[in-house]
Design a protein around this ligand. Structure first.
Ligand code: NAI
Length: 334
């Protein structure tokens, strides 16, 4: 079957990790007609907008996209393309599996966490203003609708994927109304899923527990900001940002991407680890009902990582992005 999908290579190391990923998908025999679109600063230069209407049209038509990281300027400049895409297409669930990959040195082994992050509101609502000079205000929006929806997603995911425990992570001791509502919605949802053990953790304690013993936790349910921060912390437990991917899921659209950003410090050096982007593609292939190709790529990726003789510098090797990807394709041809 031929698929038509939307591709956003992104910027920074985005195109560097996207190119080999597409070659690997092709080598797995999946025929995809990619509709490639710019986003962010590159799109702003060419189309005078960070999310061109052609990209919106393509994603609306295809419903599925693979996306590389896109830079968001700090302080001034344009709003985050990532946040805008998630909000515009109502990609409300950010799902990030965090587990060890064979051969990837990590602080812990046998980590198997699922981060479920609410993707559309919280402090990422983008409602900020100057109250008076020297005083800024940012509004944290938490709604019953979005909190219930993400809680249901987490419990359904847990049930359908054989997970046993969900911990809702919050700061309801301080933000009694906003985080209090988020927690209440999770607690209410838990009453419908008595087969799944439910607990809650204050976010600072959750970070401590993750660092002390990540094996104690299973599915983590978080509002937007905590999900963003805890995802990176969790990635650090299993080998870093180069190896973790995520799916942004809505009722109709799905966007698969790396957890890492555009890594300006290594841009153009040809040494970015494409594992996260390849893992995003594996998630996407499963989503589009190409499980055989997903499995073939996943097995080859794990074999190359396990062998350890062709790793990128972030994993302690000296291979280039290109060499690492070539090793995967070679492994797939065996
Ligand atoms: P980053 O994830 O780009 O980089 C953090 C560190 O991890 C850097 O030292 C980088 O070299 C390393 N790293 C990241 N990916 C790697 C890979 N594939 N291989 C090897 N090393 C890797 O985070 P940072 O520096 O905070 O953000 C840079 C830009 O990316 C910002 O503008 C930020 O807004 C954007 N960003 C975009 C995301 C997206 O498009 N989904 C997600 C996160 C950040």
């Amino acid at each position: 079957m031929k698929h038509a999908l939307t591709l956003i290579p992104g910027d920074g190391i985005g195109p560097e990790v996207t190119k080999p990923t597409l070659e690997i998908i092709k080598a797995a025999g999946v025929t995809i007609e990619w509709e490639t679109h710019l986003a962010g600063a590159d799109a702003l230069k060419k189309h005078k907008t960070t999310i061109p209407k052609e990209l919106i049209g393509s994603f609306n038509k295809n419903k599925i996209a693979l996306k590389g990281p896109v830079t968001t300027p700090v302080g001034e400049g344009f709003a985050s393309v990532n946040v805008e895409l998630r909000q515009s297409f109502d990609l409300y669930a950010n799902l990030r599996p965090i587990r060890n990959l064979p051969g990837v040195k990590a602080r812990y082994q046998n980590v198997d966490l699922i981060v479920v992050r609410e993707n559309t509101e919280g402090l990422y609502s983008g409602i900020e203003h100057e109250v008076v000079p020297g005083v800024m205000e940012s509004l944290k929006i938490i709604t019953e609708k979005a909190s219930t929806r993400i809680a249901r997603f987490a419990f359904e995911f847990a049930r359908t994927h054989g997970r046993k425990k969900i911990a809702a992570i919050h700061k309801a001791n301080i933000m009694k109304l906003t985080d209090g509502l988020f927690l209440d919605c999770a607690r209410n949802m838990a009453t419908n899923y008595t087969d799944i053990a439910f607990s809650d953790l204050i976010v600072d304690n959750a970070c401590l527990q993750l660092v002390l013993d990540p094996l104690k936790l299973d599915v983590l349910l978080l509002e937007n900001l905590y999900g963003d921060i805890v995802s990176d912390l969790a990635a650090g437990l299993v080998g870093g940002l180069g190896v973790v991917a995520g799916a942004n899921l809505g009722d109709s659209h799905a966007l698969f991407e790396t957890v890492h950003g555009s890594a300006p410090d290594i841009k153009g050096k040809g040494i970015a680890n494409p594992t996260a982007m390849i893992s995003a593609a594996i998630m996407m292939l499963n989503h589009i009902s190409e499980p055989a190709a997903a499995k073939q790529i996943s097995v080859a990726l794990e074999r190359v990582l396990q062998r350890g003789d062709c790793l990128t510098p972030d994993l302690g090797g000296s291979a280039t992005t290109k060499k690492f990807a070539e090793a995967i394709i070679k492994e797939m041809e065996r």
